[in-house]
Design a protein around this ligand. Structure first.
Ligand SMILES: Cc1cc2nc3c(=O)[nH]c(=O)nc-3n(C[C@H](O)[C@H](O)[C@H](O)COP(=O)(O)O)c2cc1C
Length: 335
């Protein structure tokens, strides 16, 4: 039986919903070729960081004073950031090379928290021939004087400014920590986001008990983590007028199928790529096809969103009543 795995994301037609999420592996043209051969439908470049952009501009213009303390501190990581994704000029060179090497859509990515040099680089990334741009806004509101409204405003101003600067389809990648995420998601769409990438994994530091110091500790995700994205995609599907990509915790065919059922237009994987390599995309694509056939679906389009909050038979599964049900149904006993 022939099944159509294609999906639409950010106005692009993808041959299937499997996208390599932003990470440094994807800046290598040869790796992107392997991904494409293995079945990936698109890839997101690693983020170019605001700090890298500002640093380069300061070098060019001889400006060494800038903004906040945390900004100054993050600049001290600049050499390491250069290792991470090679810096702005080389980033653009690699994007162009990647564009010449693979046919699948490529998505650029910018990371930061202020408008800064983003606008300029958003345009350069557009000129490098990418098909879309993802804004990875990673802002930890650590100052208790900042209100939720101020935090949201920062995101909205950023998205609006980039929206004005480029014609590319624009996705905004966000974390889950907003008071009323649905409302904030709508505001992002109102200021020009064509899609949302739900959710970035915020990385909390760990403590080294020998040195009694904090250290960054990036642990790859596990499958269960996809439930947060699943819940929110289910709730927002059909209610925003925007494309929705799922990220975090997509490892197994089951994770992928569930996210599509609630309405994800694309599924973005990074941890699975590190654990299993590009060939994992072949496994997932095959598994998705087999699942659709077994359930008599003729296309991804047909099944996509059939279990969203709008469409599912018991929408209360997403709300408070589910909390009570989960507690009552739990049968764990202390050992
Ligand atoms: C090593 C590593 C580097 C990453 N770098 C970026 C990045 O540059 N920009 C970004 O938006 N996300 C980045 N991410 C986040 C991933 O794109 C992805 O959203 C997140 O890891 C959740 O997906 P996963 O559970 O499949 O890992 C990175 C993740 C990993 C593991």
């Amino acid at each position: 039986m022939n099944v159509d795995l294609s999906t639409r994301y950010l106005g692009l037609t993808l041959r299937n919903p499997l996208v390599a999420a932003a990470c440094p592996l994807n800046q290598d043209a040869e790796f992107l070729g392997r991904l494409e051969d293995a079945g990936a439908a698109a890839a997101v470049f690693p983020s170019l960081f605001e700090e890298q952009i500002e640093y380069q501009q300061q070098q060019v213009f001889g400006l060494y004073e800038y903004g906040t303390e945390s900004y100054a501190e993050s600049l001290s990581y600049f050499p390491e950031l250069e290792d991470y994704n090679v810096g702005p000029t080389e980033y653009l060179r690699r994007l162009r090379l990647a564009r010449q090497t693979v046919r699948m859509p490529l998505i650029g990515s910018l990371n930061g928290m202020t408008v800064g040099g983003w606008i300029h680089f958003a345009k350069l990334i557009e000129d490098a021939g990418v098909d879309a741009l993802e804004l990875n806004v990673y802002f930890v509101p650590s100052d208790p004087r900042h209100s939720g409204e101020e935090v949201e405003r920062r995101y909205l101003d950023l998205v609006a400014a980039v929206r004005k600067a480029v014609r590319l389809p624009l996705a905004v990648k966000v974390g889950p920590y907003f008071t009323s995420f649905g409302h904030f998601a709508r505001r992002l769409v109102d200021v020009g986001a064509d899609g949302l990438t739900i959710f970035n994994r915020y990385i909390q530091p760990d403590i080294d008990l020998e040195t009694l110091d904090f250290f960054p500790n990036l642990a790859l995700s596990e499958s269960w983590e996809s439930r947060l994205s699943m819940t929110w995609i289910a709730m927002l599907r059909g209610r925003l007028g925007a494309y929705l990509a799922a990220t975090s915790g997509i490892h197994r065919v089951e994770d992928l199928v569930k996210l599509l059922l609630v309405g994800a237009d694309a599924a973005m994987l990074a941890s699975a790529l590190y654990r299993h390599g590009p060939e994992h995309f072949t496994h997932l694509e095959r598994g998705l096809r087999e699942w659709l056939i077994a359930k008599d679906y003729s296309s991804v389009q047909q099944m996509k969103g059939s279990l969203s909050r709008e469409n599912c038979p018991n929408p209360e599964a997403f709300e408070r009543v589910n909390y009570m049900r989960a507690l009552v149904a739990f049968s764990g006993k202390a050992i």
